[in-house]
Design a protein around this ligand. Structure first.
Ligand code: ZN
Length: 147
C-alpha cells in the first residue's frame, strides 16, 4: 500500500468563493503514480468546505444564495459576541461561515481506478471559502496501489 499527501495552497478572492480544484487534484494524482485506491480531499479550516457538484455559473450563484439563506451573515450569534471571548482584536465576525461549513462538510472521498478519479461527467471538486478572502490550504491524501 502506497500513500501520498500534498497540500494545495491558494488565496480566495471573495467573501464566499467557490474554487474548482479538480484539475489541481488530477495533477497531484499523476505525481503520486498511485492508480487504484482512494483520494481524500480535506480542508484544514473551520470556515471552509470541500464539496463535489456541478461547475455551472448559474448554479454557483444559487449555491451562494442558498447558503446565505441558511446562515445569514449577521444574526445574533454567540460566536460573534467578541467581548465574551478571549480572542485577538482582529478576530473575524464569522459565526455564519462556521455554520455554513457545518452544513457542507470538511472532506470528500473519491474512488481512484486505473489512474482516474471516478467523477461523473458533471462532477467537479470545489474548495469553498465561506469567510474569504484569505490564504487557504487543503490536503489531497491518496492511498492505494501503483499499477
Ligand atoms: Zn470564528
Amino acid at each position: 500500500m502506497e500513500r501520498f499527501t500534498q497540500a494545495i495552497e491558494f488565496s480566495s478572492t471573495e467573501k464566499t468563493d467557490i474554487i474548482d480544484v479538480t484539475e489541481r487534484v488530477r495533477s497531484i494524482i499523476r505525481d503520486s503514480r498511485i492508480a487504484h485506491g482512494i483520494v481524500t480531499l480535506f480542508t484544514t479550516h473551520t470556515t471552509t468546505a470541500i464539496r463535489i457538484n456541478e461547475n455551472e455559473r448559474g448554479l454557483l450563484v444559487d449555491i451562494k444564495r442558498f447558503l446565505e439563506q441558511k446562515a445569514p451573515a449577521f444574526r445574533n450569534y454567540r460566536h460573534d459576541d467578541i467581548d465574551q471571548r478571549d480572542v485577538p482584536e482582529d478576530e473575524p465576525i464569522n459565526a455564519h461561515a462556521h455554520l455554513k461549513s457545518l452544513l457542507l462538510g470538511a472532506s470528500e472521498t473519491v474512488p481512484l481506478i486505473d489512474g482516474s478519479m471516478q467523477l461523473g461527467t458533471w462532477q467537479s471538486i470545489f474548495f469553498i471559502d465561506l469567510d474569504g478572502p484569505r490564504r487557504r490550504r487543503m490536503l489531497v491524501h491518496i492511498i492505494g496501489e501503483r499499477k
